[in-house]
Design a protein around this ligand. Structure first.
Ligand code: NAP
Length: 309
């Protein structure tokens, strides 16, 4: 058996075309485009790549996206005063502060910055107010990757109600919110983490298995119930030839890519899982494109709600 591949790119394209008409309708009515402001502190190359694709996507869908860059040497106070200025700017509907912040700011800085964002502009779903509303099942702005996962399941006609969903990972940005969303859709949810005992046995009881742990190729066949839907959230850049060769067999197209480029993107799920899963998201091209599409959806939702439409 070979798993049905859940094409995140195609689903994201469908969502984005719907958003383009919503953005056009907002622009006609409000006399301005929905506005997204992205704050980037420092010059981490992968953060710059993520930010550029968000800026491009916003432009493609008819939104006005602006980048507010700060140097890596910026203080927490400087970042907070930029966030306060964006909170007060009437043409900014959504604020996204790209994570992570430079290490020099310390571990508490990211949360302090998230806490400062006006919840009505919190298009990343990271403020305590929006996380609380998510728990109460009345959130308008939900963290983009978890929102994208449930959108992908729904648009792929995969039933969640009554199913057992196992989530590996309990981060604030993926594991916890996706668990909550699945629970609200009436799944029975088990959340696993690094202290979970007998992880493969628990994972293999899932009708739906969400892997969000950040370990390349970690989820192997014994973790997967035959026929289960497997959502691979992981995005891991592998540069170690031994790891790449262990994950991709000789002749696999992604192994060829590694041999040519010296690096390859790998999910948290090993490719051998495709032989037992019923459905599987690829990496790249699975959950990733949905994350950006849901950021755009949140920006338009924030614009509409702030305008009272
Ligand atoms: P994170 O904050 O590092 O959290 C990882 C979670 O996995 C933690 O809860 C950790 O447990 C758990 N974990 C780590 N090793 C484990 C193990 N051996 N067994 C069981 N659980 C283990 O990561 P994250 O931000 O949630 O991201 C997870 C992955 O998703 C990363 O690869 C990231 O790049 C990717 N990601 C992708 C997108 C996208 O758009 N597709 C968006 C966000 C993140 P403890 O809590 O016990 O430490």
């Amino acid at each position: 058996m070979s798993a049905r591949i859940l094409d995140g790119k195609a689903v994201a394209a469908q969502i984005r075309s719907e958003l383009a008409s919503r953005a056009a309708a907002f622009t006609r009515r409000a006399g301005r485009q929905p506005g997204l402001s992205i704050v980037l502190v420092g010059d981490k190359p992968d953060s710059q790549i993520y930010v550029n694709s968000k800026l491009k996507s916003a432009g493609d869908e008819g939104m006005k996206a602006t980048l507010s860059p700060l140097p890596a040497s910026a203080s927490l106070d400087e970042i907070l005063s930029l966030v306060h200025r964006l909170n007060a700017d009437v043409t900014t509907d959504g604020i996204l502060v790209q994570a992570p912040l430079p290490d020099s700011l310390g571990t508490a800085a990211m949360q302090a910055v998230f806490d400062a964002i006006d919840p009505s502009k919190d298009v990343d779903g990271v403020t305590p107010a929006n996380v609380g509303r998510l728990v109460q099942n009345r959130a308008d702005l939900i963290a983009c990757t978890p929102a994208g996962i449930v959108e992908l399941l729904q648009r792929s006609n995969i039933d969640v109600a009554g199913k057992h969903a196992v989530v590996i990972g309990r981060s604030d940005i993926v594991g916890k919110p996706v668990s909550m969303l699945l629970l609200h859709r009436h799944a029975t949810v088990t959340v696993c983490h690094s202290r979970t005992q007998d992880l493969p046995k628990i994972a293999a009881t899932g009708d739906i298995l969400v892997a969000a742990l950040g370990r390349p190729g970690f989820v192997r066949q014994p973790f997967v119930r035959p026929g289960a839907t497997v959502i691979d959230v992981g995005i891991n850049l592998v540069t170690d030839a031994n790891v790449a060769r262990e994950i991709f067999h000789e002749g696999h197209p992604r192994r060829g890519l590694f041999e040519r480029k010296g690096s390859v993107l790998v999910g948290d799920v090993h490719p051998e899982v495709a032989e037992v899963a019923g459905a599987l998201t690829p990496v790249p091209g699975g959950v990733g494109p949905l994350t950006i599409a849901m950021l755009m959806a949140n920006t338009i939702t924030a614009a509409e709600l702030r305008a009272g439409y």
